[in-house]
Structure formats: C-alpha cells, structure tokens
Design a protein. Structure first.
Ligand SMILES: [Zn+2]
Lengths: 109, 1006
C-alpha cells in the first residue's frame, strides 16, 4: 500500500485515502482532432516498467488532484507535484535522473 | 509412544489440569500446553490424515510450520477448520476434531487413495479429468469435491458470534519476532528513543534459545530474556505484544499484523482477533528459522518428527515423543535432541549422522553420554504398520540396502535450517544461496525498498542466516542500530552481549536419503506433507518438462495452500535442481505469498459487518417514512422508501394506489437524495457548457433546464435539472447515485484541465432536503401553505422561485418527473421534517399520498422519461435515446462531442430507444432480449434489442416497457420477439412511441 504526499495539503497519505487517475500529462483532443489523434488521447496509454507520471486524487482528504512520479517496478516515488502543469517539473526530472541512470533525462515515456 | 514425562516442561503449570476433547474423547492437559503437546502427552500419535492419499499423519513440528496436525476447532457458530494443533493454546473445554478422514481417524475409507497412490502421481488431475468433457460435471467434480479439500467449511447458516477489529499503528521501527534476536534488535533500536513495536506470534518471549541452551552475558538464556524484557518494559517508546504475528509485508513499510487475543481464553472480554495495519519506517525481520525434514522413505509416518520439535516438547512441555528415539541428521544441532532425550532418562539407541566424518563438540558430548553414533548412515525405511517399531539403516552413499534394523518408537530428523524469509520476500526482497548452510537467506543488497528508494527491511539473527547464538545476537544488535540510524536516531554505544555455545561442525546437504534411493523409496519420501508431494512427483514433473520452479509448484502442488513452502520449499527445490542437473540458485525459489499463516476472515472483516458493513445515508425524513410503514430500497448508500403498503396491501397494490392517488389528486415524494451541486464563478456558464451537452450559459436566472452529461467517451453518465440562481451561480441536480461521482467529475476537469477558469463547486446534497408535491391539486396545496406566489403566470413550468412557504425558507422548482403538475421544494435539511408535517396536514383534504421510488419509476416510464442506469449502461449515447433535442448544435465543444462523431457512434445500425407494448398486455421481463434469425459465431441466437425498463402501468391497465432496438424508431408498429428467462418461451411486443401517457404534456402545463 503506497504512501504519497499530497502537494496541496502536505499530508503523507495512505493509499486508502487516494483515488488513482491513470497517466498524467495527456493533452486533451477536441472536436477538431483527427480520428488517430483522438484515439490516442482517449485510449492509448503508456505502460512502462519504470518511471511513470500519474494522476492521483486526495479523495478522502483535501479532494485535490496531484501528480506523482513513481517507478512501477519498485514503487519508488520520485516526488509529487500539483496537477496544474502540462509537464513534470524540472526538480522532479532531476531527481529521477539522479536516481535512475537508465532513464532518459526528460523522459515522458 | 509419546507420553508426559514426570518432570520438566518450562511452559506448563503442572499444579493445574484442564480437560478438552479430541474426536469426542475427553483428554487432559495442563495450562501452558498447546493442543499438540497435550495430544502427544495423551499418547495421540495419529492426529489427522493427509489431503490427497489420506495417509495417517502425526504431529511433526512444534510451531507455525506444522503441516500435518490441522484440526477443526469448536462447534456450530464457533467451528473453525484447519487450526494448527501446534499453535493452538490449550484451554479448559477446548473441542477439537481430526480432518480429512471418514468415517473415523482410525478407519479411513479414503486411505484407499494411499494404496492407489502410484496411480495418482503429479499432474494426475490435469491428465485424467480432461476427457470426456461431460464427465467433469457429473463424475469427476463430485468425486474430487468429496475426496479433496482441507478440512470442511463452517456450516452455511453459522454466524460468527465473536467480535473482531482493525487497529492502525504507526511506528518508527517494527521488529517481527520475539526470540533473542528480536529482543536484542528492539532493545538496541529502543535505546535511540525512536518508537519501536516488537511483536511475537506465540504466547511467550525468547523463541528457541531457552531450549537450545548456551549462555548470554554469562546468564542462562532464560535469565537474559527476563532481564531484557525488563529493560524494554522500562522504555516508554517501546511497545511489546505477544500472540501478534507479522503476517504480511507490503509496499512502503505497510505490515499486516494478526493478533489472537482470545483464542487461548475464549471467555476473555474484548475482540477475539485484531488485524493490525502497521506503517513502519524500518522493519526488522527476526523471524528465526525452520528446521527441514530429511527425505527418506516413510518420513511422513506418525512418530517421525523434526528433531527441534522433539526437543521442544521435552523442554517446554515435558512430553516425550517415544521411549526409544532414533535421531537422524546431517548437522550438529540434532545432537541437542539426542542429549535432551537422554537426559530425560529415555533411550537413544542411535544417532544416524549422514556425514561421513560426523559432527563436532555436540557429537562428542553425545558419545560421552554413551549414545551410539553411526556416521555416513541414514534411514532406508521405517518399519511398523500402525505404530512405528523401528528403522532400517543404510549407507547414505548407497541405494538403500538395509544394514541393520534398530528398534524404536520415534524418529527425530534434521535436514538443517532454513531462515524464515517470508516477510522479506513478500514485497520483493531477493535471496542469496548460502552454500555453507545450504539455505536461501536474505540478500541485503536487494532488500525491499520504501517510497524513497532506500531499503526498509533488515533481516536479523537466524532469519538472516546466522547460526550460533553469538552471531545471532551481534547481527540483531547491528540490525537495531541500522534501523535507528536510518531513521535519524542515535543508538547507544552499547555492544552486543557475549554468548557462548559449543562450536559446530559444518552441515552436509542431504536432498535424498540414501542419495541413490531407487524409485520405490523415492515414492515414499515426502517433501510436502500437507499436499502429499513426494520426491518421485518432483522427478516426474522434471521429466515431463516442467523446468520452471513455479510450474513444478503448480503441477505437483508443492508448497501450495497454507504451507507456503515453510517446510517443503528447500527440499523440493533441491530435488528439482538435481533432477534438472542445475544448481539450486539457478532453479530459484517459488514466490512466498502473504499471509505467513492463515488470517481469520473475521479479522479481515474487522468491524465491517452487519449494520457497520457500510454507512447508511438517511434523509431528514427517514424517521417519518419508518413510522409510516415504508418498505426500504437501497439506492447507493441511501435508503429510500420503495412504497408505503397499508394493512392488508401487498407492494404491488400499494404502488398502484400511490400512482392513482398522485395522478388523480395529490402525491408527495421525498426527493432529498437528489444530488445538489452549486457551481459558481464568472466562468460557471462556460464550464457548464463543457460539462453538459446542452447550452447552459444562455439559461436565464430564475429558470431551469434539463441537462445531459457525457463522459469524454461520449457515453451518457448523468442527467438532471440545472437552475440558474444568479448570473454567476448555477445549481446542478444530479441523480441520486450520482452526486459524489459527478462532483468528482467536475473537480477533475476544473483542477486538471481548465484550472485557470474562475469556478468553484460545492456539493450541497445533504444540506437541503427536497420535497416533491405532485398532482392536479399541487398548486392548491402550496397556496394553502402560504408564501411564494405559485400561480401559473408567476411560476411557469421550468421556472423556480425563492422565498417562504409555511414560514420556511424554500426554493420551489416547477419541474416534473411524472408528467403531473409538480413542485419540488428545497428546504434546509433541519427544517425538512417541520415542512413535511405541515404539507401532510394541509394535504389531508386532497387525500395527500406519500409515494415511493417504484411509483416514481412507473410514472416516469409512463411518460417515456429515461432513467440513468436503466436506459443507460455506460455504452449508450444520448443520440441512442432520442435526446438529440438536448444536444446543442451551436457549441464548438463539450465533453463527449468528439467521441459522438466517431464512426461507430453515428452508425445508423445502432440500437435506439423505443416503447414496447406486449400483444397480450402482459409485462415484459426486465432485461429480456429480442431474438432474430440465425446465430452468432458462438452459436447463440442473434439479437436485435433488449428491454431496459418494464412495469405494469395501473394508469393504462397494461404492461409498458422501454427498450433499445436495432434501428428502433424507424420500425414503429413492428412486432419483436422477446425470450423469457427460461430462454424458450417467447413473448411478442410491438414497437410503439415511448411516451405512453399524455404525450401532449397537457397535465403538467396547467
Ligand atoms: Zn491533500
């Protein structure tokens, strides 16, 4: 059972307080998008064995969504950050690079 | 035969007796006994039968690793199967029954399986029961179900009368295991001032040390344990718990603890079991080691036991395994058993040491005591039919030719020790093969890690592969210091105690005894006693190509079920590695899964049973409904009245009466469970335009609009009326089950997509009650209550007004889900009951009739209104339901718009909403499918539609239904054939308009 620190209220929350929301940083595709682009937005998700940027909601706490960078194989957490961003903050990327030499530096995969 | 010795037994109180029953026979023991020690003291060598072959089995171990002595405990509501006799503490009145035997333990019919065992090798079930397929259901399955299974399940009608609870605990350091290593680790960590929790699964501290002897800081182990406990007791930051097992280790330092508070004292107040949900910064696993059996023919016979267990029974409980004990070993430790037996005044006719050179100081001590030691020898087979009478000894190096018969009535075997690595492994900790100890031990370089990526589990003592007392204590002291330092604590500079024990000669691995045993002996040499897996089974699996240890495990059932490889694992792996001619580390281990031993279902459920299983949400009018005879319907976590039957009335009649009264005069509904979400801010209109398919930003303050909400997939997820309270404020009504979900949906989009939009949301569902006053006399009633002007001109259909009604602050929405003149009155929850009572009083002159959810459903179906969850199921888009009128054509975008343009969504062949009317007026079965010609690829009848809602309409006097049908609206007047539940009887229904009643809306527009 994971512990993730909610960047909004600062609580180190047990997984039972949290609701998962899948992959983070997916740009929305609207009515003008092509079939292929819309399909990718709606259905195609990464499934890495390694660092994954993902959405969580502090559902049984402050109610805020946030993002977490977590290794899916080891459950190591490189950090959490507010959801109001389109890409992982540099500080998080630096921490991943420091811990994981096998990961590309600005990995979004 | 086993018996109680005249003296000894450090854990029992000989001054008192307790009585218990085993298979109905009354037996006696002492306080401090386990069920196993008391059975052995009573001469009960045979305690159960094995799972597959129903072979007679006796107690083999003395702790949680016991695979054989599983019994049923208690009776009736308190019956519990598969309890280990070795971990069941005796109490007065305990009732135990043997398992897997019929008609009795002594004369078991299933034992024929044993005679047939050469026909039941590994994979037998897979090979045998495949063909013919029809045999599975009628022949094979009943046979397997009758003959297999571990114990029996409690009776269906049994209700566990005991109480259970969960306990949340946060600690810096958790030490699992209360042997000398655990005590030392806890003391060292505790001295740093950090919070420490030390748990021990048995009822006493100190583990094996008091039995195995030696000295610690010049004291006996028992004295050292007492002093250390005293020191721990004096530390306020250290918590000690007995009878609490560290059962499972999970991510980020989460550990499940299983505490058995009342199993040994059934009359004690409080809960029986407690599930501890522990979060620890560091976890020290001081879980000890388990002795391995030796694989020789007949090693499963009652009377053959682990050497350590034989010693435990003598020292701890004053019980001997037999009068003449043969010890067979590949290491020095088993000599302690020979010496303990000898000191108890009993005979050890021989120690068979498989090592050609024999052992060290302990062997010398045994020889000095006059015990005959035969080196390079092993057991070829065990003699005796019902009771053990002797062993045939042979050269370990040979093929089993008997050299000599030694008379004995008990055998103590030792194949070395395996560290208990279960907790370490549960969450991904890796193991290394320790060649010297012939065992897997934790690899500190590949420990389980916490959220920060650092190792968070530290193995200590015997669990870390340490053998002698001195290294165990040093290792534990180091583990305690590491844990404290890791967490920022400063451990004291005290060093580990000095311990002394006789030096031991190296062990020699023995994976088959004798090493060249032919098939006949291998087929009697058991690896997994619980699952009846023999050396020959593993050979067969290897021969048939099961090279992966995980495959072999499943094929042979080695290490499955509650054993989880405690005793069987290493021997099984070693045999497999030899059969595959690959080194053991390359073969690897199977996965250890939590829990370490079974955890009761009661403990897992905790308090979550009966009324506490989940919270029940009650509206402010709940008590009124209760006293007026409501039949309840659960809707999500809410309870809503289904109907209010009167004396002599069934539900059907009650629903019909409620509808007649409402359509004829005046009805009253508690609609408080409807979701009420306020959406406020300068961008609220823009936001709702994205959330609803309709245009909400053009709604005028004071007006209402019915809206549809879709997921980004295009599917309809909720509907409800939106009221615009002022320029910046909207009140969104959701379905009863939808309030929390839709509120979360709104927040998701606001927080993660349009976070720069100026909008706030608040879920006010519980702050307001909502009362629907429905029927031709509704306006008269509101006028009588006095307050808001509710005239048709001032408050037209789809408008709302704010003000007072009967002195209560209210918002009155003129909306209708029934097709009648209808007002929904929102009132602060605290004033709901007072207003409701006034309405009921004032409505008496119009025979005001409260109605429930069923009348609501029927009336909405009569009007052709869809219901989320009936007409929708997550695959339905608004266009399927003929709701195109509620989808704005002017908007560039809304959630679901792009998806609804995908080719499958615009396919004219989709199933669409229609009304259905049976030709004979009967009610269509809910969910029934319309069948058509031909079959699909699975050989099933093709279908062309299904029923989504179906009721008897008392208003119309016949069945009415809604459904989805292939190109439905284009096929008005056609007759579809539906199948009843039996799949055979057909029922015909005509496609009609879904609005059955008052299609012009004359009744609501008055
Ligand atoms: Zn939070």
């Amino acid at each position: 059972m994971l512990i993730l620190t909610c960047p909004c209220c600062g609580v180190a929350a047990d997984e039972i307080e949290l609701a998962p929301g899948g992959q983070a940083h997916i740009a929305r595709r609207g009515p003008d998008s092509t079939d292929a682009a819309f399909e990718e937005y709606l259905f195609l998700r990464d499934n890495p064995r390694g660092v994954h940027f993902e959405r969580w909601r502090h559902a049984m706490g402050c109610g805020k969504w946030f993002h977490a960078a977590r290794c899916t194989a080891t459950n190591e957490v490189f950090g959490t950050y507010p959801a109001q961003t389109t890409e992982p903050p540099q500080e998080i990327r630096d921490r991943i690079a420091e811990r994981r030499t096998d990961q590309p530096k600005d990995s979004r995969a | 035969m086993s018996t109680r010795l005249a003296t000894g037994g450090r854990l029992i109180d000989r001054s008192r007796q307790v009585s218990f029953t085993f298979d109905g026979t009354t037996l006696r023991g002492h306080p401090g006994d386990t069920l196993a020690s008391a059975l052995l003291a009573s001469g009960r060598t045979l305690v159960g039968r094995s799972f597959k072959y129903h072979r007679p089995r006796g107690v083999i171990a003395s702790g949680a690793e016991e695979p054989n002595a599983l019994v049923g405990l208690g009776q009736g509501d308190r019956f519990e199967p598969n309890a280990r006799a070795t971990t069941t503490e005796l109490f007065d009145g305990l009732q135990a029954a043997s398992q897997n035997c019929w008609p009795s333990l002594d004369y078991d019919v299933g034992a024929v399986n044993a005679a047939l065992s050469r026909f039941l090798p590994a994979g037998f079930y897979y090979k045998m029961f495949i063909h013919p397929r029809a045999f599975w259901k009628h022949v094979y399955e009943p046979f397997i179900r009758h003959s297999a299974g571990l114990g029996r399940a409690p009776a269906v009608e049994a209700r566990d009368p005991d109480r259970y609870e969960h306990f949340h605990h946060h600690t810096d350091v958790l030490v699992v295991g209360g042997g000398v290593a655990g005590l030392q680790a806890a003391k060292t960590a505790g001295e740093s001032g950090l919070r420490v929790l030390l748990v021990e699964q048995t009822g006493h501290w100190g583990g094996r040390a008091p039995v195995d002897g030696g000295t610690i800081d010049g004291k006996t182990p028992e004295d050292w344990i007492g002093d250390t406990l005293q020191a721990l007791d004096n530390m306020p930051n250290v918590t000690l718990r007995l009878r609490l097992q560290g059962a499972g280790l999970y991510d980020h330092g989460y550990v499940l603890g299983y505490e058995r508070l009342a199993d040994h004292a059934p009359d004690a107040p409080g809960p029986r079991h407690r599930l501890w949900r522990i979060r620890a910064g560091r976890i020290v696993t001081a879980t000890g080691a388990i002795e391995r059996p030796l694989p020789f023919a007949g090693n499963d016979r009652p009377g053959v036991m682990l050497a350590s267990a034989v010693r435990d029974y003598i020292v701890n409980w004053g019980v001997s395994a037999g009068d003449r004990l043969v010890v067979v070993t590949n290491n020095d430790d088993a000599y302690r058993t020979a010496l303990a037996h000898h000191r108890a005044g009993l005979t050890v006719p021989a120690v068979l040491d498989a090592r050609p050179e024999g052992g060290g100081a302990l062997m010398a001590e045994a020889q000095a005591a006059g015990i005959r030691v035969l080196t390079g020898r092993g057991i070829a087979q065990v003699n005796g039919t019902r009771a053990l009478t002797g062993v045939e000894i042979c050269a370990q190096a040979g093929e089993g030719t008997p050299l000599e018969t030694i008379a004995c009535d008990a055998v103590a075997m030792s194949g070395g020790w395996s560290p208990v690595v279960h907790l370490w492994s549960h969450c991904g900790g890796k193991l290394v093969w320790d060649e010297a100890a012939a065992a897997f031990r934790p690899d500190p370089d590949r420990a389980p890690i916490g959220q920060d990526g650092a190792s968070n589990v530290i193995a200590a003592g015997a669990a870390n592969g340490q053998g002698d007392l001195s290294s165990i204590l040093k290792d534990a002291e180091k583990a305690g210091k590491t844990a404290a330092r890791d967490l920022g604590g400063t451990p004291s500079d005290a060093s580990a105690p000095d311990a002394e024990q006789p030096a031991e000669a190296p062990l020699a691995p023995v994976w088959m005894m004798p090493q060249g045993a032919p098939h006949a002996l291998r087929a009697k040499a058991f690896l997994d006693f619980q699952n009846d897996v023999k050396v020959s089974d593993v050979h067969l699996a290897a021969q048939e190509g099961f090279e992966s240890v995980e495959h072999t495990k499943r094929y042979t059932t080695l290490g499955m079920a509650t054993d989880q490889g405690k005793m069987s694992n290493i021997n099984g792996l070693a045999v497999l590695s030899r059969a595959l001619n690959a080194p053991i580390p390359q073969v690897g281990t199977t996965t250890f899964r939590p829990p370490y031993t079974p955890v009761s279902m009661g403990a897992i459920a905790g308090e979550a049973r009966g009324p506490l299983f989940q919270p029940i949400r009650r509206t402010p009018l709940h008590d009124w409904h209760e006293t007026h005879g409501a039949k309840w319907e659960p809707v999500g976590q809410w309870r809503r009245p289904y109907c209010y039957p009167r004396a002599g009335e069934d539900k059907h009649a009650a629903v019909a009466r409620e509808i007649d009264a409402t359509r004829g005069s005046l009805g009253l509904l508690d609609a408080s469970t409807l979701g009420k979400i306020v959406v406020k801010g300068p961008d609220a209109g823009r936001f709702l335009d994205m959330l609803y398919t309709n245009m909400m930003s053009t709604l005028k303050p004071g007006r209402c609009r019915y809206g549809l909400m879709c997921s980004e997939n295009g599917f309809l997820i909720d509907d409800g009326v939106v009221a615009r309270l002022d320029d910046d404020t909207f009140l969104c009504h959701t379905t009863t089950g939808g309030a929390d979900r839709i509120h979360a949906h709104m927040e998701d989009w606001l927080q993660t997509e349009w976070w720069d939009w100026k909008v706030y949301t608040a879920n006010l569902t519980e702050q307001f009650a909502q009362i629907a006053v429905v029927g031709p006399n509704a306006r008269k009633l509101l006028e009588k209550l006095g307050g808001i002007d509710v005239s048709a001109e001032t408050l037209p259909f789809m408008a709302f007004a704010e003000g007072q009604l009967a002195g209560h602050p209210v918002r009155v929405f003129r909306i209708s889900f029934s097709g009648e003149l209808s007002y929904e009155i929102a009132v602060p929850a605290g004033q709901a009951r007072a207003l409701w009572d006034r309405i009921v009083d004032a409505g008496a002159e119009w025979q005001i009739t409260p109605y429930g959810t069923e009348a609501l459903h029927v009336m909405r179906a009569e009007k052709g209104f869809i219901m989320i969850g009936d007409e929708t199921d997550g695959t339905v888009i608004p266009q399927d339901l003929g709701l195109d009128w509620a989808i704005s054509k002017k908007k560039d975008d809304y959630l679901g718009k792009r998806a609804q343009a995908r080719s499958h969504m615009t396919d004219p062949d989709r199933w669409k909403l229609v009304g259905l009317k049976t030709l004979d007026g009967s009610v269509l079965p809910d969910g029934a499918y319309a069948v058509t010609e031909g079959t699909n690829v699975n050989g099933q009848r093709n279908t062309e539609g299904r029923v989504t809602s179906s009721y008897h309409s008392p208003t119309l006097g016949h069945g009415i239904a809604m459904g989805l049908a292939h190109r439905g609206p284009e096929r008005m007047g056609e007759v579809l054939t539906f199948m009843r539940d039996d799949g055979k009887t057909a029922i015909e229904a005509r496609i009609v308009d879904p609005v059955f009643f008052d299609p012009e809306g004359a009744k609501q527009n008055v």
